[in-house]
Write a protein that binds this ligand. Structure first.
Ligand code: 13P
Length: 342
């Protein structure tokens, strides 16, 4: 019933030069990041921070969407304008995190299964009414000794697919996010092999659940060396193997892949996205853009420090990262932009 709307929304989410801001940190994650900088972990501080991000002048030029957390989608600016309205006025589509987080997988203590399917149909209906037009669900895959297990990959793929089917039924474009963590000392090649298996399982499960590939967005991790691997792959090799993997596994009908940053440094995440687009853009069936959390707004958080007086400095940081990543989504980023962008 929502077919045309879903197709249009998915296309708009990966419009040229635009990407998605992940500002959907749960209470726990947001508070952990606040604590590190000494910001009080109150609802008002979380609201004020999101207001600072969303009111960044000109940010709509680079963002197609913002992913919100349940608390945030119900919040408003201090003048009382709902965040959903504020974003829509800036030409930004509001989205909502639907998963309830990664919990230990039964009989496999080093792995997780993402929960949140119970009652999901009703939650989707409520968020649609509140103005959300897309959603996100993150599955977490860890590389280590003997893991990921088939059980972990298949169970998470099944949950992602059931979530995505419910989203499409209820009018939300599902962002399907199978994150392969960069934690560990695995090589680039092992990362490639695991991404390959995970994406195969995910698209098989999506097919089984009847998920339409032209009405979803994939949010993949990049194929990179484990952060403790002594041999760190070059930007070119990351771009080459990430593209090889996506080409082998992602149907051409998917409108776009919007990467997570996963703990990469700001500039490295931008350089990887840029290299993929600069080298391969004209040969790919889907758009490649960003849906970063930390690599888009961690610098802004550190500049803000919880103080009103720093809002403009924080907004400059977000603007700079968004502008650089927008350029990277077109394959037009150069590191000199880091010094002049804001
Ligand atoms: P990072 O870019 O910080 O990995 O966050 C993206 C995200 O939405 C994780 O679910």
């Amino acid at each position: 019933m929502y077919t045309q709307e879903l197709i249009a929304t998915a296309k708009a989410m990966v419009a040229p030069g635009k990407g998605i801001l992940a500002a959907d940190e749960s209470y726990g994650t947001a508070n952990k990041r606040f604590e590190k900088i000494g910001i009080p972990t109150t609802e008002e501080k979380r609201r004020a921070y999101r207001e600072a991000l969303f009111t960044t002048p000109g940010i709509g030029e680079f963002l197609s969407g913002v992913i919100l957390f349940d608390e945030t989608i119900r919040q408003a600016t201090k003048d009382g304008k709902p965040f959903t309205k504020l974003l829509l006025e800036a030409g930004i589509i509001p989205g909502i995190k639907l998963d309830a987080g990664a919990k230990p997988l039964a009989k496999s203590p080093d792995e997780t299964i993402t929960e949140g399917l119970d009652g999901l149909r009703d939650r989707i209906a409520e968020y649609y009414k509140m103005g959300a037009r897309f959603a996100k669900w993150r599955a977490v895959i860890t590389i280590g000794d003997g893991i990921p297990s088939h059980r972990c990959i298949d169970t998470n793929a099944n949950a992602l697919a059931r979530y995505a089917a419910l989203c499409q039924e209820g009018g939300l474009v599902p962002i399907v996010e199978p994150e392969v963590l960069m934690d560990g000392d695995h090589t680039l090649e092992r990362s490639y092999a695991v991404h390959h298996d995970v994406l195969k399982a995910v698209f098989d499960a999506l097919y089984v659940q009847g998920v339409e590939p032209d009405q979803m967005i994939l949010k993949p991790s990049m194929v990179i060396s484990g952060q403790d691997c002594p041999q760190q792959a070059s930007v070119e090799d990351v771009a080459r193997l990430t593209i090889k993997c996506l080409r082998e596994r992602v149907p051409a009908a998917v409108p776009g892949c919007a990467f997570l940053s996963g703990g990469q440094s700001d500039e490295v995440a931008t350089a990887h996205l840029n290299a993929m687009n600069a080298t391969f853009k004209d040969q790919l069936p889907w758009k490649l853009t960003f849906s970063y959390g930390r690599a888009l707004h961690q610098a802004a958080l550190e500049a803000w420090k919880g103080e009103d007086a720093n809002i403009s400095a924080a907004q400059k940081e977000l603007y700079r990262r968004a502008k650089c990543n927008s350029a990277a989504s077109l394959g037009q980023y150069a590191s000199e932009m880091e010094r002049v962008a804001a």
